[in-house]
Every structure is written in structure tokens, then in C-alpha cells.
Design a protein around this ligand. Structure first.
Ligand code: FEO
Length: 396
């Protein structure tokens, strides 16, 4: 991809990663992009870099605009390797004596990743740096989503370089929200659900702080996906909505199955839930990727999980999903468990225990059926789902 002028004298010199399909456990069916930004001012400034294997492509993009050796300042908003992996190679061309501005935690983390031979300069939260006609302001966003994370704000153009925040795993030649309209929102939602959900309380505070400080934002440039320039308020509003964790009249029936018994139960439970006017989808964990299931969990009030009992425990995909979801800390959920079993039947209790640890409001009784559900068993599952549907609807 050629560099794109995103604003007068500001270029995206990042790359599309068309073929990545697994981003540390997150399915990226449409690839991703690693955005990096070059500002031409009296001091030529580079914000962030890309994964190490794309260093040459990024250097070519920079060289299309300016000799990389003429870059005066590098800013590292975030240490994670998709934005810093090529930093040593880039600095080799830029000049290893040139300053790399980062947060205090960034200084520690960059040194831990790449050694201490680069000229790291830690910045204070809220401090300014003049680069000529433009002034940059650094805003620490600790734990959004790493301890080192920060934003860089370009005051004159009101552009926020937001690192991972407001990003989407999406590779495309479309570079702006106006080229994508609402089609980009499912990608932004998936990104929030799988990367940022656990930091929701911090996100609410951050948005509040930015509002209090009266920081005006005309454009948001995240390090993944498209840039928000037509309506940056749209993604900010969505972040507030998602971080409030006020789930909708919606349920997800998440399950796996050995001989279709738990699957039959899942269908009956989902039918019962739907009969109460609740939006619901059964999701088989070997047909749906965990990160797509998690995207549905983001705004679902009812999280219903089914597992057969295998070797006195949970089915492996169910254990995987519970571990994954627990780390992302969904709040304000109603939980319920079901599953078929042969003789010991521990799975349902194990699901309930994990839901209780996640502070879900766990519905009783649960549904356990030995071997294969008959008509009576399926009717019981339907009735169980109907009760769940009523509970999920209460107060909404
Ligand atoms: Fe896109 Fe936290 O890295």
C-alpha cells in the first residue's frame, strides 16, 4: 500500500497485513493494518511503527515522501510488537541518536523489548512538544491497554493519534470512515469486545476527562483500521455505550456437543428464550471462533452456556471460552448452564462455578439430561429457556 496523505502534510506510512487470520487468539478474517504516521513540519515526526516483518515496506512508504534519515523525532505511543517490532530497523535508518518519545512505562517496556541503546525520552502526562508550526500533547492512557499506552494529540489540527483505542482489525484500501459508513462498526465492536472490554471503567473515566479538559477532536487516527474523520463522535459514543455495560434484551446460547444431545438442548433453550421476544443466537464453539462469540456477548444480557461432561470435566472448547470470557470481565449478566451427561455429569456445576466467579446472576435450576434428551427433556429445556427469557426481559 502506498502512503496516504490523511491531512495536509500528514501521511499514513503504515501497512496492510492482508493475510493475518489469528491475532494472538483473535480471528482477523479481513486481516489488519498497522498504521504509522509521518508529520512533515520543521521537525519531521514519525508516530509509531509496524510489525517487524513489515519494516522494509514501511521504510519504502516513508522514502516515497522523505528520506528516513531526515526524520527528527519518533514517538512510540505503545510498546506492543505490532507497533514497535520494527523500531530497531527504522531507527537504524532514522539515526539511533534521534529521540524516541514515549511514556515513563514506555521507556521501561521499550528497553525490555529492544535494549537500552536507543535514545528513549520519557514524557510527562499532559506535556507539550513543539515540532514547528504544530504542537504535540502527550496523554497517558495507562492500561488502555498496556501500562505504557499513551495518546498523542496534534493541537492545531485537532487530530488524536490514539494507538490501539478506536481501532479495528481491518485491512483495506478504504482509509476513512466516510468510505465505510456503518460497515466498519462490526469490526470496531469486535475489537472492543475482545481487547478493551475489561478496561471499560478506565475508558469511561478517560472520555470524561477528555470532555472536562475540553479537548476538541476533529480526527481520530488509530493504529489499526480506518481513520475517523467524518464523524469521530460516532466511535466515541459507541465506546461510552459499550463501556457502560448495560446489556440489551439479548441472549447468547454458547455450547459444544459430543453426540448432538447438548446441541438439541441448546436449540430448545434458545427457542424458549426467543418465545419471550428476546434476541438470541445459539453458537456452537467449533463453528464459531471464540472472538466472534465474545462480540455477541458484548451486548447480551443473558449468557447461557452448555457443555457435555467429558472425563469428569468441561468439554475443552467450553473451558477455553470460559477462560477467555472471564479475562474480559463482562459485567451485569444473567448466566445459566445446561448440558447432557453419561454418568458423572460435573460440567453444568463447573460452568455455574465459573459464572459465579464472574459475578453473573446465575439462574437456578439448571438443565442436565442424561445421555439423549427425549421429548419431555426438550420441553423442559424450552420451559427453562422461557423462564430465562422472562428474567432477561425484566426491567428492560
Ligand atoms: Fe495493536 Fe496493543 O497492539
Amino acid at each position: 500500500m502506498k502512503p496516504i496523505e490523511i491531512f495536509e502534510n500528514i501521511y499514513d506510512v503504515g501497512v496492510n497485513d492482508w493475510n493475518i487470520r489469528d491475532f494472538h487468539g483473535y480471528s482477523t478474517w479481513l486481516g489488519s493494518s498497522y498504521n504509522a504516521f509521518l508529520i512533515l513540519d520543521e521537525k519531521i515526526t514519525l508516530i509509531d511503527t509496524v510489525k517487524s516483518e513489515f519494516a522494509d515496506a514501511m521504510l519504502r512508504n516513508i522514502a516515497d515522501i522523505v528520506d528516513p534519515g531526515k526524520i527528527d523525532i519518533v514517538i512510540s505511543n505503545h510498546t506492543e510488537m505490532d507497533h514497535s517490532g520494527s523500531l530497531p530497523r527504522i531507527m537504524h535508518r532514522v539515526g539511533e541518536d534521534k529521540p524516541v518519545y514515549c511514556s515513563k512505562m514506555g521507556l521501561k517496556n521499550l528497553a525490555a523489548h529492544f535494549g537500552s541503546n536507543l535514545n528513549y525520552q520519557a514524557v510527562e502526562n499532559g506535556s507539550n512538544l513543539s515540532i514547528g508550526k504544530n504542537t504535540l500533547t502527550f496523554l497517558e492512557t495507562r492500561m488502555l491497554h498496556w501500562p505504557d499506552s499513551m495518546f498523542t494529540y496534534l493541537n492545531e489540527s485537532k487530530i488524536l493519534f490514539s494507538s490501539d483505542a478506536f481501532g479495528q482489525h481491518y485491512a483495506g484500501f478504504e482509509k476513512f470512515d466516510d468510505a465505510m459508513s456503518d460497515d466498519i462498526m462490526p469490526h470496531a465492536k469486535k475489537y472492543y469486545a475482545n481487547i478493551l472490554l475489561l478496561y471499560s471503567p478506565l475508558i469511561l473515566k478517560l472520555v470524561q476527562k477528555v470532555t472536562e479538559l475540553g479537548i476538541e477532536i476533529d480526527m481520530i487516527c488509530p493504529d489499526h483500521g480506518i481513520i475517523w474523520r467524518k464523524d469521530p463522535g460516532k466511535i466515541i459514543d459507541a465506546y461510552v455505550r459499550w463501556s457502560e455495560q448495560k446489556p440489551k434484551k439479548k441472549a447468547v446460547v454458547i455450547y459444544d456437543t459430543m453426540w448432538h444431545s447438548t446441541e438439541k438442548m441448546a436449540d430448545a433453550v434458545a427457542s424458549g428464550i426467543a418465545s419471550e421476544g428476546v434476541s438470541v443466537r445459539p453458537m456452537h464453539l467449533r463453528k464459531w471462533h471464540r472472538s466472534d462469540v465474545m462480540t455477541e456477548v458484548l451486548d447480551a444480557r443473558g449468557i447461557i452456556i452448555g457443555s457435555p461432561t467429558l472425563n469428569n470435566g468441561l468439554f475443552p472448547t467450553v473451558a477455553d471460552f470460559l477462560t477467555y470470557m472471564k479475562g474480559l470481565k463482562p459485567l451485569n449478566r444473567i448466566g445459566a448452564a445446561f448440558g447432557s451427561y453419561g454418568w458423572s455429569g460435573e460440567a453444568v456445576e463447573l460452568i455455574k462455578q465459573q459464572m459465579a466467579e464472574m459475578k453473573f446472576d446465575v439462574m437456578e435450576p439448571n438443565q442436565r439430561i442424561q445421555y439423549v434428551p427425549d421429548q419431555t427433556g426438550l420441553e423442559s429445556c424450552y420451559a427453562f429457556g422461557k423462564e430465562l427469557g422472562k428474567t432477561i426481559s425484566e426491567g428492560l
